[in-house]
Design a binder for this molecule. Structure first.
Ligand code: MSK
Length: 656
């Protein structure tokens, strides 16, 4: 069934009047296929697959289990629904962990190369962060040159992927109580590659067939992501490219510039993105752009690369993941350069309708129909310049009659809330601390903190405002929000991430935002940067007054439109770290009631947190708020304190 008339009520379609919907209507008029059309064409999607009741781990299959109990209850090998679903869950988390980890590995190699002077253009930008990581890794710093320290830190980071013994070094940044719990449960993560490889082994035919054991491994594996791969990516990127600080930017398709050579950078690893930023600062390239009739060169991001560029440079964000085809359809993009993850193959078809060039950059991620320019550490800036030249050369091929850039020039966003920045903004440079945050949570001005993370997609109605509606409701009731990934991308494009949006908050949160000067919805970066939220939680525990462990904190995590396998790994490491986590849409283990029960109830006993899956988006805010209020009750901070005026007798009791 073709999605002939896109409207705001069509599942997944953007809301009426939005820039996205206008582009979508235009694409429809021109007969250009989109994510939404292909989603409709896939209906009805495989019921077994949706319930996790399909197994094709060996060639005795594919096997299905009948959810209604009339047909087969087991696969050919005897594996039951729980094994089917738990194995798939673990494999998804393994793929997600591998993605974040491979991203981190690329950054670690770049750090080593930059320290050795083998990566022209790259250098250590944040020495303070380098020292912090060096200390955590036990690297000697006294009397040593910065590059020597950086090289050793980079090499130690690389060892985190494959060291034969020991556990992840960043685990020691978690509260002690959490570390002990992981140790007791036997889920302290070892080398990242080992956790991924063992997960693939366990899920191969005839190996681990106890769903409880598989879900336990999913915790250890995912912790290797949160406190390993993702955290390494975040921290090493900060060392190389700078730790984000509040910066003003713009977001939405309207950030593309009519008379400029527009380059879109899409994907996840900021290595090529940073190289392109360096390359475009070369005035000779601007002159070359002017020579072909453009006013200059404009860069914008899509997806998590957009988040990385926004939080570090204030470079405009054209949109989140589901907007990648729409960006091309503006007809104003000379070139889209991509690296890894969340880049849809359909782009190669979309660009055929316009003059846009699609360029892949890594040998591990090629797309049929795209041109390839290999980028490595040694030649990154050189390759970036070549790519920018390709964009300039392509400008004269633009067809002005096909250009449609939404008039709205993009919503303003203040981004760049790393956990260091939050700490600094709350306490100032000399007394940077989470004390004011904890105090304001304890006195009730802020009820708690909700982390919004994850993807966007075509499966749910109002596809461009679900996160926005959620955060509006949360902040109106005094819940502070921290966002990452495409969830943050969606919020950035809607104007909720500016300090002025404080007027939509409840009285308490508004007071705090006014005093500190922060927006009520904080943009913390890309999907690897969920590690920043883990550290923020740790710091809140260490600051005191909100319990002894992350699981005591009045916090929660949510992903409304999960899509990527990375989202499963993120959800599982949040839960294993003690954070109640809600996913919208379907659960990935729906057809296996025991696994579902374990994830949504049983894990609470083990790690003090659990998953919740809720299809009804409208119910999710209440779920999050109820959980946080329950935590507040347990901490005893929900008791309304009466204001007591001292009388003479009280004063006499005071010791002076
Ligand atoms: S890009 S993983 S759609 S957040 Fe990180 Fe967005 Fe989800 Fe990809």
């Amino acid at each position: 069934m073709e999605n002939k008339n896109p409207t705001s009520k069509t599942p997944g379609n953007p809301t009426a009047g939005s820039a996205s919907l206008k582009l979508l209507e235009r694409m429809k008029a021109e007969g250009i296929e989109t994510i939404y059309d292909r989603y409709q064409l896939q209906q009805p999607q495989c019921g077994y697959g949706q319930l996790a009741l399909c197994c094709r781990h060996c060639n005795w299959g594919p096997c299905n289990i009948d959810p209604f109990g009339k047909g087969p209850k087991k696969g050919v090998c005897g594996a039951d629904a729980n094994t089917f679903a738990a194995r798939q869950f673990l494999r998804m988390a393994a793929a997600g962990t591998a993605s974040h980890a491979d991203h981190a590995r690329a950054v670690a190699y770049l750090l080593v190369a930059a320290a050795r002077g083998e990566a022209p253009g790259y250098k250590i930008k944040d020495e303070e962060k380098l020292m912090m990581v060096a200390e955590c890794f036990g690297v000697k710093t006294e009397g040593r040159k910065i590059n020597e320290i950086a090289e050793e830190v980079g090499e130690m980071a690389l060892a985190e992927f494959g060291k034969p013994y020991g556990t992840q070094l960043f685990v020691k940044r978690a509260p002690e109580s959490r570390q002990k719990l992981w140790e007791k449960l036997g889920i302290t993560p070892r080398a990242i590659d080992r956790e991924v490889a063992e997960s693939m082994h366990r899920t191969s035919m005839g190996t681990d067939q106890d769903y409880r054991n598989l879900i336990k491994q999913a915790m250890r594996l995912s912790l290797a992501n949160g406190w390993g791969g993702s955290m390494l990516a975040t921290e090493l990127q900060d060392i190389l490219f700078g730790t984000p600080k509040p910066v003003l930017g713009k977001s939405n398709l309207g950030v593309l510039k009519k008379d400029y050579v527009n380059i879109i950078i899409h994907g996840h690893e900021p290595i090529i993105a940073e190289a392109i930023v360096m390359a475009t600062s070369d005035p000779s390239l601007t002159k070359a752009a002017q020579a072909v009739g453009a006013k200059g060169i404009a860069i914008a991001g899509i997806c998590c690369t957009a988040n990385e560029l926004l939080v570090r440079h204030g470079i405009p964000m054209a949109g989140h993941m589901t907007m990648q085809e729409l960006a091309v359809a503006t007809g104003a993009v000379e070139l889209m350069v991509v690296d890894v993850q969340c880049i849809i193959q359909a782009l190669a078809d979309t660009v055929q309708h316009f003059h846009t060039k699609l360029i892949t950059t890594l040998s591990k991620a090629k797309i049929c129909g795209a041109e390839h320019v290999e980028v490595d550490e040694e030649h990154a800036v050189e390759a970036a310049k070549k790519i920018v030249w390709m964009a300039i050369d392509n400008y004269p091929n633009r067809n002005p009659s096909k250009v449609f850039i939404p008039e709205d020039t993009g919503a303003e966003v203040v981004a760049g809330f790393s956990h260091e920045t939050i700490k600094y903004m709350l306490g100032g440079r000399f007394r940077a601390s989470y004390r004011p945050l904890n105090d304001n949570i304890m006195n009730g001005r802020i009820r708690g903190v909700v982390g919004i993370a994850g993807c966007t997609g075509p499966k749910v109605p109002a596809g461009d405002e679900n996160y926005v509606s959620l955060v509006k409701e949360l902040i109106s009731k005094d819940f502070l929000v921290v966002g990452t990934g495409c969830a943050a991308g969606q919020c950035a494009g809607s104007g909720v991430m500016i300090p002025e949006f404080k007027d939509a908050c409840g009285k308490g949160l508004k007071e705090v935002c006014e005093t500190v000067g922060i927006p009520p919805v904080l943009h913390a970066g890309a999907c690897v940067d969920n590690s920043r939220i883990l550290i923020a939680c740790s710091e809140m525990v260490k600051e005191g007054g909100l319990g002894n462990d992350i699981s005591d904190l009045p916090v929660a995590g949510v992903c409304l439109e999960w899509m990527s396998e990375k989202a499963i790994a993120i959800g599982q490491y949040f839960v294993a770290s003690g954070v109640f986590t809600v996913f919208g849409m379907n659960s990935p283990v729906t057809g296996a009631p025991d696994v579902l029960k374990l994830l949504t109830e049983g894990l609470e006993e083990q790690v003090g947190a659990r998953w919740a899956f809720e299809r009804d988006m409208k119910k999710i805010p209440q779920l999050l708020m109820d959980h946080i209020e329950k935590k507040r009750d347990a901490l005893g901070i929900n008791v309304a304190k009466e204001r007591k005026l001292y009388d003479m007798e009280d004063r006499r009791k005071l010791e002076v």
